[in-house]
Ligand binder design. Structure first.
Ligand SMILES: *[C@@H]1O[C@H](CO)[C@@H](O)[C@H](O)[C@H]1NC(C)=O
Ligand SMILES: *[C@@H]1O[C@H](CO)[C@@H](O)[C@H](O)[C@H]1NC(C)=O
Length: 240
């Protein structure tokens, strides 16, 4: 029993010290985590509380794997008790836990801040309506985004079903552009939806583009409803 009790005592003593240390060092902003879209500037300010200001602390910022692997991070001593950290033109790779350490004598105080930089997915082509398209023409729908295209996956749907390459549908630029060949208004009008996933940051964005006139679009939607209705009936009648 005695060793367990001793280690429990040691554990609570140890944790007590950590909690106290976190109070001595403050990091601004007070919200944790800090979340910003890529490209924005992020500033963290680490300051030592009055309690230990009788002596000038040695202060540093740290991060697992190195503070500045991206070349975006700059550390600035604002005064003897305040150390700033600036991430200019932040990228997803700047995400992580930033630790501020302050040493006074042999005592090291610590606090930390989580930084999340996410990719802001912006569609390059803003056109959402195409209006009338001539029969047999080919038409491109673009879901290209502002981020590097090798980092994204584009998922196309039409009437709730995934749209795959084949037949009259052809993909370009890693699936970011859908080409509809030999356009037939009575089949191909209507809504096309793409969902773009930026895998490493967990961001995604969705765009819906409408092809054809309102009449054509309604005709295709109506036909689609009839088709699924008939398929349903067919299943019920012939499946047993
Ligand atoms: C910001 O970083 C991106 C790539 O990460 C680069 O293309 C762009 O030129 C940078 N902008 C500035 C203002 O440094
Ligand atoms: C669609 O985009 C691809 C790639 O940019 C291009 O090669 C093709 O000619 C375009 N098709 C049409 C109909 O504009």
């Amino acid at each position: 029993m005695a060793p367990i009790f001793a280690s429990l005592l040691f554990f609570s003593f140890f944790c007590g010290i950590i909690a106290e240390e976190e109070n001595i060092i403050q990091i601004s902003p007070s919200v944790n985590p800090v979340q910003k879209p890529a490209g924005h500037q992020i500033s963290l300010v680490c300051s030592v509380k009055n309690e230990i200001r009788n002596e000038k602390p040695g202060m540093i910022w740290k991060k697992h794997g190195g503070l500045d692997v991206t070349g975006n991070v700059e550390v600035k001593k604002l005064d003897d008790y305040t150390l700033g950290l600036i991430i200019r033109n932040s990228s997803v790779e700047d995400s992580g836990v930033y630790y501020c350490h302050a040493q006074v004598g042999s005592k090291v105080y610590m606090n930390k801040m989580d930084v999340i930089v996410f990719e802001d997915i912006v569609f390059r082509d803003k056109q959402l309506q195409f209006g009338q398209i001539l029969a047999t023409a080919s038409v491109n729908i673009s879901c290209e985004v502002s981020t590097k295209k090798d980092n994204v996956i584009t998922y196309w749907t039409r009437h709730g079903k995934q749209l795959l390459e084949g037949g009259k549908h052809k993909f370009y630029k890693g699936g970011a552009i859908l080409e509809i060949q030999n356009y037939q208004p009575e089949q191909d009008a209507g809504q096309y939806t793409c969902e773009v996933f930026h895998v490493s940051s967990g961001s995604s964005n969705t765009k819906t583009v409408t092809l054809g006139t309102v009449g054509e679009k309604n005709y295709v939607a109506c036909q689609q409803m009839c088709n699924s209705f008939c398929t349903d009936i067919h299943h019920k009648m012939f499946s047993n």
